[in-house]
Design a protein around this ligand. Structure first.
Ligand code: SDX
Length: 392
């Protein structure tokens, strides 16, 4: 495999792992789920199809996909008592904090420990997680807006349900715009997995203690929240809005990002692994143009983003450090065009990343990986004698 890293013998305790799920080559800008290119999947598949591939390892047949969707629908009813938990949050709570709490709370209402060796039990846990997580993720928006909570509609598709769960009001009928659903399908596919990123490593290491799937995913949601990780899609929009308020002077913000004494970073740029274009960013940038044109949205923010990208890609500071737009740089522009508030952007990242978290947790448990226990290089004091209080 080009670009594959070699694992040292001690890898079992280092936090690194072997995985069959996602191949990523940061130098070449290659991303594949179970051997299929992200370009092909984004163009030719839908989100549930890709979720099935990422979790079970093969593209589903028509029958398998239909059964998967039917089986997810069995678990989309969330225990009504969960509403008492969401009622306990202030409207101002960030949706990611509410989502992490609700995800952990799912354990209380689904206490059965999954026997990962039992394929039926594992399959049910997958369907239950896919079903319930989508519902509670949208509840965080409804809570923020002060709207009544919606229920999954078993007559509609998974991504169509995301839209109705989010936006359907009791006062009028609702049907999701087909091009919006298509755009979200693509965006969720592009977020489905990304090998051992911060939040996925969190899910694996929490799950390696044999903590349950909901508890492990709840930890992953918290890790994703950070502005250096999934929270970047919200931070990008806030940065672009600041630039817009500041007269649209992109170069001024480029200079800030380069200033060593200024903590400001160009959000949506750079990556731990990609030292070339993030292949997802290319697809999302094209989708942003398409979605805004289809919806007839002329968003000056998109022009500012393009100007920022053009300037950064020829700027020695960014070129020398191999800083390119990442998955978060353009995704928020599409979410905004779809009427999704910035506080919800990272929740959408979590909905897309859920199949990857499930797949990686399942792989780690089925492979009987040992408990995660990274080691350290000790840089503290050598042995020293105790000092009595009156001598300190
Ligand atoms: C995601 O890991 C994954 O796969 C994550 C993800 C996924 O799908 O799960 O791809 C999703 O998290 C994408 C990344 C989203 N985050 C951002 O867009 C936040 C802005 N980006 C940076 O904070 C940063 O680029 C990171 C955190 C993404 C990566 O950090 P690195 O690789 O640790 O880079 P670094 O901190 O070592 O920086 C190297 C140099 C430094 O300058 P020098 O000390 O060499 O002078 O590059 C500079 C940094 O100051 N730098 C930036 C920068 N990113 C790095 N300077 C300005 N703006 C930036 N965005």
């Amino acid at each position: 495999l080009t670009g594959a890293i070699t694992l040292d013998p001690g890898y079992k305790n280092s936090g690194s792992c072997k995985s069959d799920i996602t191949f990523l080559d940061g130098e070449e800008g290659i991303l594949r789920y179970r051997g299929y290119s992200i370009e092909d999947l984004a163009e030719k598949a839908d989100f549930l199809e890709v979720a099935y591939l990422v979790i079970f390892g093969e593209l589903p047949t028509k029958k398998q996909l239909s059964q998967f969707e039917t089986d997810i629908r069995k678990y989309t009813l969330v225990n009504e008592e969960m509403k008492n938990i969401i009622d306990g949050f202030p409207k101002t709570a960030h949706p990611m904090g509410v989502l992490s709490s609700l995800t952990s709370a799912l354990t209380a209402f689904n206490p059965k420990v999954v026997n990962v060796e039992n394929e039926t039990e594992m399959y049910e846990a997958v369907c239950k997680t896919m079903g319930k997580f989508l519902v509670i993720a949208t509840w965080t928006y409804r809570k923020m807006m002060g709207y009544p909570l919606n229920y999954y509609d078993n007559t509609q598709g998974y991504v169509e349900n995301f839209m109705q769960l989010m936006f359907k009001l009791p006062t009028s009928p609702y049907s999701a715009n087909a091009s919006v659903v298509a755009a979200l399908d693509k965006l969720f596919i592009l977020h489905a997995d990304h090998e051992q990123n911060c939040s996925t490593s969190t899910v694996r290491i929490v799950g390696s203690s044999h903590a349950g799937l909901f508890a492990s995913i709840s930890a992953g949601v918290s890790a994703l929240w950070g502005p250096l990780h999934g929270g970047a899609n919200q931070a990008v929009l806030e940065m672009l809005e600041d630039i817009q308020k500041d007269g649209g002077d992109a170069d001024k913000y480029l200079a800030k990002a380069k200033d060593k004494d200024d903590p400001f970073r160009l959000m949506g740029f750079g990556h731990r692994v990609y030292k070339n274009f993030d292949p997802r960013a290319k697809i999302i940038k094209k989708a942003a143009d398409e979605v805004l044109a289809t919806l007839g949205v002329d968003d000056p923010i998109l022009q500012i983003a393009k100007k920022l990208e053009e300037s950064a890609l020829v700027d020695e500071y960014f070129v020398s450090r191999k800083l390119y737009p990442n998955v978060d740089f353009y995704s928020g522009i599409i979410y905004r065009a779809l009427g999704i508030p910035t506080d919800m952007f990272t929740v959408l990242f979590a909905i897309g990343r859920l199949p990857g978290w499930i797949a990686q947790w399942k792989e780690m448990r089925v492979n009987k990986e040992p408990i995660g226990r990274p080691r350290q290089v000790y840089t503290g004091h050598p042995l020293r004698d105790f000092v009595a209080m009156d001598k300190r």
